[in-house]
Ligand binder design. Structure first.
Ligand SMILES: [Fe+2]
Length: 354
């Protein structure tokens, strides 16, 4: 099976079918910022979002430079005149269609109203499927796909996210649901592939979730990396170092939990009682599963430091933007469960050599 993984199309949706045809792919995984926007809803789109569409367009430099300073009416005029919200309208109107199944999480630059309509079934786009705790997607009988969409905004982790929020975010409830579903349904004979928009490499909380949920592969986007970034935690830190790296974040999230969801809190932050119960059941996801020992970091304890191998569990892939031509192709071989990877991106050094 040939799987193309892409991210951050930001409305340039023709890229998807072009790649599928060029690479003869069977399935697409999309890590978010699809470009779920409609010109019909331009009046509802935030000023910042309009400015970003102008800034990242191919219009004249002068217009792009001033994108954030223009009056709103001018931004709307430019966006409409140059069709800057992208091609999703063509899919909404049935003029275009994805030629093979696309399994996607949503990013932070989608219109939450449209997203909510798609998730609730009020709108549907053939072959566009969203990955959530409840999506039950298995590729080739041995690869279970799952995912959590939206941005991670730490102060909002324990606040219920309204589905129509203009900048979609994840909450801890998404992870509690996912953990609950996996506990009851995951088949250990299958691989588990996780998809998020946010990069776990930037959010140790997500890396900590990986130590609990043990996905085999984890794909993400959002960062605008010039080429595929590929790592396992093990390649640069061991279990004890991860524990140290995560501790401050754990203290932060624990305090936030106590404030928002803790037993004395009468505020439910928009969650129903059963949702609070589910989050309480999975509170342990926030904790680092590694038990530290005082001397674990001494050089002569290397053997015992690495013995638990928590950090070897997951391979992380952060994708370059499809918007700029980046992608990853995975050829899977179910017979021996091997993989072949090809990737493409454009390397533009962030710092010029002298
Ligand atoms: Fe993003």
């Amino acid at each position: 099976m040939r799987i193309v993984v892409i991210t951050d199309t930001h409305g340039r949706l023709h890229i998807v079918n072009n790649l599928v045809r060029e690479l003869d792919a069977d399935v697409v995984i999309h890590c978010g910022d699809i470009g779920l926007m409609s010109h019909k809803r331009v009046s509802k789109i935030s000023n910042r979002e309009l400015s970003l569409h102008i800034r990242h367009s191919s219009l004249d430099d002068a217009v792009r430079r001033n994108a954030f300073d223009l009056p709103r009416s001018e931004k709307i005029r430019i966006v409409l005149e140059h069709n800057l919200l992208g091609e999703f309208d063509r899919y909404l109107e049935g003029e275009e269609t994805f030629v093979i199944p696309v399994y996607a999480v949503w990013g932070n630059h989608e219109d939450g109203f449209l997203l909510n309509q798609l998730l609730s079934g009020d709108l549907s786009i053939p072959n566009l499927n969203f990955l959530t705790a409840y999506s039950d997607i298995v590729l080739d009988d041995w690869i279970r796909l799952t995912g959590v969409g939206g941005n991670l905004v730490p102060p909002n982790l324990f606040t219920k996210q309204q589905p129509t929020h203009p900048k979609p975010q994840m909450s801890f409830l998404d992870w509690a649901r996912l953990a609950e579903v996996l506990e009851h349904t995951h088949d250990n004979e299958q691989q588990l592939w996780m998809v998020t928009h946010v990069s776990p490499g930037k959010e140790p909380l997500l890396e900590n979730f990986s130590l609990h949920l043990r996905p085999d592969f984890w794909f993400s986007g959002h960062m605008g990396a010039p080429l595929l970034q590929h790592y396992s935690l093990f390649t640069y830190l061991d279990d004890y170092e991860f524990y140290l790296r995560y501790q401050q974040q754990y203290q932060y999230y624990k305090a936030l939990w106590d404030e928002k969801i803790g037993s004395n809190s009468s505020e439910r932050n928009g969650f129903h009682e059963d949702e609070v119960e589910l989050m309480r059941r999975w509170h342990g996801l926030l904790e680092c599963p590694i038990t530290p020992s005082e001397d674990a970091y001494l050089p002569d304890k290397v053997e015992s430091r690495t013995s638990a191998n928590y950090t070897k569990g997951t391979m992380f892939f952060n994708l370059p933007d499809a918007y700029y031509g980046g992608y990853l192709v995975i050829d899977t071989n179910p017979t021996d469960r091997s993989f072949e990877f090809q990737t493409y991106g454009q390397w533009t050094p962030p710092v010029q050599r002298k």
